[in-house]
Every structure is written in structure tokens, then in C-alpha cells.
Write a protein that binds this ligand. Structure first.
Ligand code: MN
Length: 291
């Protein structure tokens, strides 16, 4: 099981300097893995990232939230094609870095929609994800679709909703990416969705975020229950800490996610605490086997 940190804990930009800060900070905090958001695919230097990852002995995943102009749920075939193109570029970046996962909101735009999905839009998305899954498999990469709350996508907002969407994708290797921040808003509890998704063989990626996206343990997310559920289903995929503050700003992502206030100042302290919090929580629930 790899425990990771989202790169935005350390830097809002991913040129050489920002990338170095994020990779070295993630390593220093004690994590095994860094998740890099590919918000600017054209500018991203995956060869440089690969060298830094090797030097710091870190595993890597990448994530993305699509935009209105690359929305796979669009009814305009040109917009869907633009989304597929950008996601294929992302796959190339992940492959160049030696990663095995592309996750996030890669099935629709990541934004507040003003109306529900349309049947044709969802079919467009499912078709595109199926084609992309084949391209990912050729590169040894798997896709994991992040379940986000109603203000960030209209396609699905719960684990069961994601499973229903995947019924229309028909690819065994596309999985569900659960995030405690979003689950805390939308799910009935933090236990059942883990079981539902895992029972379908689809739990592929996990984000650990607090209810306000700040320090773990200072909000209302029931991490004890969530860690128990992960242990119960013997989840052994990536578990990645995600936190945002106006102290570290990516203009695009911060605005999309509504990061308006300062929940922390010190990335290093936040990250080291999160690394301990997650490992301690998982260690404790592991002893339940002895009860
Ligand atoms: Mn997330």
C-alpha cells in the first residue's frame, strides 16, 4: 500500500522549481508517492519529473479535472474529441514518469453544472472513457474516476452512482476513486460506500481529505470509520492526502475548488502530520484482526 501526497500541498505551479519543491517536500514528509495534477499538459516536462522522482525514490500518479472546452459529457463531438486528446497527452506524461494511474474528474468537466446530464452526454463520456482505457492499458496505466460532490460534477456524486456509470463503460480495468472530503458531503456514511465499491471489484484509488480540506483530524470527517472500511475490504491501492489552502495557490485549481481561505501556512508541517495521521490510523485498524 502506497501512502502519498497531492503535489498542491507544496506548490501551485509545476515548472522546474515548483516540481522540485513538491517532490522533495513529499519525500521529506515521509510519503511513498506523489500525485501530480496535470493542469497544463503542454508545458509539463515529464522527463524532468521522472528524473526528480528517481532521485527521490518516489512513486507517482497523475490527476486531472477537465474543463468546459474538454468536457467528455458535451453533446458537441469536437469538445469530446478535445477532451480525449488532452487525456491521451496525460497518459503519455504518466507513462514517461513511470506511473500506473491516471485519476480525478476525467469523465466530465470539474465545475458546478447549471443543469443535469443528458443521456447523450453520458454516453459520449462512457464511450470516450472506454477508448481511453484501451490506450491506457497499452501504456500499463489504469484509469480511476473520482467521485466528487454535486458542485464539482453532475455525472455521479456517490460510489454507487459511479458503479452505475461504469456499467456503461464495459472495461474491467476502469476503477472508482473515492475521496473522504466528497463522501462526507454526499454519502450516507464513510463505511458502506467502501464496501459497495470494493464488492464490485472497483475500488482503485483513495483521497484522504478533511471536511474543510485542512489539517486531518480538525474537521468533521469520520476517519476512524473510513480506515476500518479500508481494512475490512483489504484495500491495498494508493491512499493520497489532499489539502488546499490559499497559502499555496494554483490559480486554476484553487478557483475551481473554491479555495478562498488560509487553513494552514506550513506545507512541511501539514504534510508530515498527514503522513503520520494516515499511517497511524491504518496501523491501528490493522490490529482489529486480533480482537
Ligand atoms: Mn480528491
Amino acid at each position: 500500500m502506497l501512502i502519498g501526497a497531492h503535489a498542491l500541498v507544496f506548490s501551485g505551479t509545476f515548472g522546474e522549481q515548483g516540481l522540485r519543491r513538491a517532490v522533495e517536500g513529499t519525500k521529506r514528509a515521509g510519503f511513498d508517492l506523489i500525485e501530480i495534477p496535470l493542469m497544463d499538459v503542454d508545458a509539463f516536462d515529464s522527463e524532468l519529473a521522472a528524473r526528480m522522482l528517481r532521485d527521490n525514490d518516489l512513486s507517482v500518479t497523475a490527476s486531472l479535472g477537465l474543463t468546459e472546452s474538454t468536457d467528455l459529457t458535451s453533446e458537441d463531438p469536437a469538445v469530446v474529441a478535445a477532451g480525449e486528446r488532452i487525456l491521451e497527452q496525460c497518459l503519455d506524461h504518466v507513462a514517461a514518469m513511470g506511473g500506473e494511474v491516471l485519476c480525478g474528474v476525467i469523465y466530465s468537466a470539474m465545475r458546478k453544472y447549471a443543469s443535469p446530464t443528458t443521456a447523450r452526454g453520458v454516453e459520449n463520456s462512457q464511450g470516450a472513457i472506454a477508448r481511453l482505457a484501451d490506450k491506457a492499458a497499452q501504456r500499463g496505466i489504469r484509469l480511476s474516476l473520482e467521485v466528487v460532490n454535486r458542485y464539482e460534477s453532475n455525472v455521479f456524486n456517490t460510489g454507487r452512482g459511479a458503479l452505475a456509470y461504469l456499467d456503461g463503460v464495459d472495461r474491467d480495468d476502469v476503477s472508482v476513486h473515492l475521496d473522504t472530503y466528497h463522501m462526507n458531503i454526499e454519502e450516507s456514511d464513510l463505511f458502506q460506500p467502501v464496501h459497495d465499491v470494493a464488492a464490485a471489484g472497483k475500488l482503485g484509488y483513495v483521497h484522504i481529505g478533511e471536511s474543510h480540506r485542512g489539517y486531518l483530524g480538525t474537521g468533521s470527517v469520520d476517519f476512524g470509520t473510513f480506515f476500518r472500511a479500508l481494512h475490512d475490504v483489504r484495500y491495498d491501492g494508493p491512499i493520497v492526502f489532499e489539502s488546499f489552502s490559499s497559502a499555496v495557490v494554483s490559480a486554476e485549481l484553487s478557483n475551481t475548488l473554491g479555495i478562498w481561505r488560509n487553513l494552514w501556512q506550513d506545507s512541511d508541517d501539514l504534510a508530515a502530520h498527514a503522513n503520520r495521521f494516515i499511517r497511524d490510523g491504518l496501523h491501528a485498524v490493522g490490529t482489529i484482526d486480533l480482537h
